[in-house]
Design a protein around this ligand. Structure first.
Ligand code: SIN
Length: 288
């Protein structure tokens, strides 16, 4: 029997899966979806109507879920669903933000790479979208690795990056963390610059986020220069896909093989997304 139609979204990252209802996914279709995910590292499903139970159930098919991290304003999750994090600029009747990240830009990053074992997969489900702005882009860290210029490949061989744990991608200080804007002294977790895709073993760059990043063991300026060169190359348009949201879209990405960013949007418009994260099965390790 044939599986769902899989349509690449760009030549380096992401594919749309057509004709699938994620609230009623049979095992055979799930296998095809999982295979497409290993190949494209990002998948888009349009036109979904998912209750929180449906979102959690689909997410769980990929593994155990992380509980939502504490947001910058102290709230945690959708009531009754500790696994569902709210990404939103909407305020409640008391003027308190119901979610995180506001309406500003969320710069390129990989989710929670400041942890020793960062989440493997993120899913973002759109409930309300602004008329313009708020697009989410994915960047292929596998394609960027494959095409890395020889000098950068040589310079980074065997090196590790300290991934900052101080600020989130919206620039907000994380709850309970000491404020520190010095890459040499901030809190963070080192990971290899080049890691293996946890399921396929494919080598991928693992950059995390630029702010406060530090290449372990290098002089400060040497680290800054090398990071700047890596970031400039890895985020070239050749390696990215930009998603214009519609209500009912679910976009999922592999956090070990992609980075993502979110464009700013009008703060008076409403944007409401629900996010789940599947635990990483293992710490990021260098390819064999
Ligand atoms: C995120 O950075 O996890 C959120 C992305 C988005 O709001 O589109």
């Amino acid at each position: 029997m044939s599986g769902p139609e899989i349509k690449p979204l760009s030549h380096s990252v992401g594919a749309e899966v057509l004709g699938v209802d994620l609230s009623r996914l049979d095992d055979q279709t799930f296998v095809a979806v999982a295979q497409a995910f290993d190949e494209h590292h990002g998948l888009l499903f349009r036109g979904q109507t998912l209750s929180p139970d449906d979102l959690v159930a689909f997410s769980r098919r990929f593994g155990d879920l992380d509980h939502a991290p504490v947001m910058e304003k102290g709230k945690t999750a959708v009531s009754g669903y500790p696994e569902i994090y709210i990404v939103s600029n909407i305020k409640d009747d008391d003027g308190k933000a119901i979610g995180s990240l506001g309406a500003g830009e969320a710069v390129w990053h990989t989710d929670m790479s400041y942890l020793p074992n960062p989440p493997g997969i993120s899913m973002l489900y759109a409930l309300e979208v602004p008329p313009e702005g708020g697009d989410t882009s994915l960047c292929s860290m596998a394609a960027a690795h494959d095409e890395l210029p020889a000098d950068l490949r040589e310079k980074t061989a065997g090196l590790w990056i300290k991934h900052d744990g101080t600020f989130n991608s919206g620039g907000y200080l994380r709850q309970g963390v000491r404020e520190d804007s010095d890459p040499m002294t901030c809190e963070g977790q080192p990971h290899p610059v080049v890691c293996a895709h946890p399921r396929t073993g494919r080598p991928v760059l693992y950059l995390g986020r630029r702010r406060n990043a530090y290449i372990v063991g290098l002089e400060r300026q040497e680290s800054e220069d090398l990071l700047n060169a890596l970031w400039e190359f890895a985020t070239l348009p050749d390696y990215t896909y930009t998603h214009r949201w519609r209500v009912g879209d679910l976009l999922m990405w592999n956090n070990r093989a992609t980075m993502h960013r979110r464009e700013p949007f009008d703060a008076n418009a409403r944007r409401l997304m629900q996010r789940t994260q599947i635990k990483g099965h293992a710490q990021p390790v260098p390819p064999r």
